[in-house]
Write a protein of this length. Structure first.
Length: 263
């Protein structure tokens, strides 16, 4: 089995996020890191390999992003991927979720994986949709919010988190699975793995290498445009009830909740 894991470089969680009003895009300057949700997808791939139910010949980390995104790939291979593919091309700048999903699908098409794993969401865009878009382009079944994977020959039995509990779903391979962070506890890379990461093969791809139609990517090829940005309305000041007489305080709180139909 060949597993491709989609990984993304995102601004570090400690960095204050800011939209650039000039480009209407997230300012991606400052410290960056591998999207934490993707470490769970990499760990899931490693556990499938180590589980030994079916042999995993290769785990390939795939990213689309500017030159700096190679650092996310280096981290991904230090966490266990055997090699990486970096799609980077000026024509991709400004791609929205449809264009990003299409581009990643074209890279995956050239890799022919049996399983595509990805995080449930990115820490910056938080669209939660790349898995579905990629699966649609690849014409593969898609499962989201998966928190348990049992492997058998040619298929997976997955548990996915739902609002009402868990769905247990069997899916035939090839498939695209986005994993929730409850699926596992990602390992830390060993010093040896960190040192060895730079030696693992890394392919650089431009849009022409994987047959991406330039008209379907970038700001012009995107189906969405950010027209305006508005800060959230300021929060109303809360009401402070001084506890001078407890019975009266309780009455006031109950009346306050009742007024808002909260009880
Ligand atoms: C009009 C518009 C313009 C934009 N311009 C830019 C831009 O110029 N530059 C830019 O970086 N973003 C840009 N974005 C944001 C970009 O479209 C999103 O980052 C992208 O669509 C993916 O969304 P997400 O990361 O929130 O996906 P989610 O669905 O939340 O991510 C789920 C998973 O998908 C995988 N994934 C997501 N993105 C990638 C990736 N690039 N490579 C590999 N795996 C990935 C990861 O495994 C991640 O855990 C733009 C968005 C809009 C709407």
């Amino acid at each position: 089995m060949k597993i491709c894991v989609l990984v993304k470089e995102v601004p570090d969680a400690a960095v204050q996020k800011r939209i650039d009003p000039g480009t209407m895009r997230l300012d991606r300057g400052g410290e960056k890191n591998l999207n934490p949700f993707d470490t769970h997808a990499l760990e899931a791939a490693m556990q499938i390999r180590e589980g030994g139910v079916i042999p995993v010949e290769e785990i390939v980390a795939v990213t689309m992003g500017p030159e700096s995104a190679y650092r996310a790939l280096t981290k991904a291979v230090s966490l266990g991927a055997d090699r990486s593919v970096h799609l980077s091309d000026g024509a991709l700048a400004g791609s929205d979720v449809c264009a990003t999903g299409y581009s990643l699908a074209k890279v995956l098409e050239s890799e022919s994986p049996d399983l595509v794993l990805l995080g449930q969401q990115s820490d910056d865009g938080e669209c939660y949709t790349i898995g579905a878009v990629v699966a649609d382009h690849l014409q593969m079944p898609s499962l989201t919010q998966v928190i348990k994977i049992d492997v058998s020959e040619g298929k997976l039995r997955c548990e996915r988190q739902a609002e009402y509990g868990y769905d247990t779903v069997e899916v035939e391979l090839p498939a695209v699975i986005s994993v929730g962070d409850a699926i596992n506890e990602p390992r830390y890379p060993s010093l040896k793995a960190i040192m060895g990461a730079k030696k693992k093969p890394k392919d650089e791809k431009s849009i022409g290498d994987v047959g991406i139609d330039a008209g379907m990517v970038g700001a012009d090829g995107s189906k969405t445009t950010v027209i305006a940005l508005n800060p959230p309305p300021p929060k109303e000041a809360g009401e402070i009830i001084e506890d001078e007489d407890t019975n009266e305080t309780v009455e006031k709180i109950v009346a306050w909740l009742d007024e808002r139909k909260l009880i």
